[in-house]
Write a protein of this length. Structure first.
Length: 163
């Protein structure tokens, strides 16, 4: 018989029993004892001797179910952690593969050299500083990767201010 559930919180209602995923029977207080059980839970009244066995059984079964739930949660958290780690690795791998097919990698050296020339400081900026800054174009472009270095070194207009 399926357990009847509270419409507000989903908890088993008195008089029903619930069979759990892990095959632990969790006894729920029968309707005939529900009022007394509620009284014991909401007051400091001591249970009768004949009630002790029943209440201890319920307490033991609910404790076992709690342990089972904690174990399931722990396994799910471990699984979630593994999935999260896999997602991070896969995301990084995806980004690397996207970079391989980037249009910038297929751009002709002449176009790349033209773009590089637009990064040069103006002659006025160079004269005002009275020195060349190694952290700006064209030096910084030559430090990105071997392809950019080759393009930068083979683009004379980038180095014309040094002459």
């Amino acid at each position: 018989m399926p357990a009847s559930r509270c419409s507000q919180c989903g908890a088993p209602t008195p008089g029903s029993s619930s069979r759990t995923d892990s095959n632990i029977d969790v006894q729920v207080v029968p309707a005939t004892r529900a009022a007394r059980h509620l009284e014991l839970m909401t007051t400091n009244a001591p249970p009768e001797d004949i009630e002790l066995s029943f209440i201890r059984t319920i307490a033991a079964e609910t404790r076992a179910r709690l342990v089972d739930l904690e174990n399931q949660i722990s396994r799910l958290e471990e699984r979630l952690q593994r999935l999260g780690n896999e997602r991070i690795l896969l995301s990084s791998y995806h980004v690397q593969n996207q970079a391989i097919v980037s249009p910038l990698r297929r751009m002709p050296p002449e176009v790349l050299g033209e773009i590089f020339s637009w990064t040069l400081p103006s002659i006025q900026d160079v004269l005002e500083r009275l020195r060349f800054d190694m952290s700006h174009s064209p030096w910084v472009l030559a430090q990105v990767c071997s392809r950019w270095r080759a393009v930068a070194l083979l683009t004379p207009s980038l180095w014309s201010l040094l002459v």
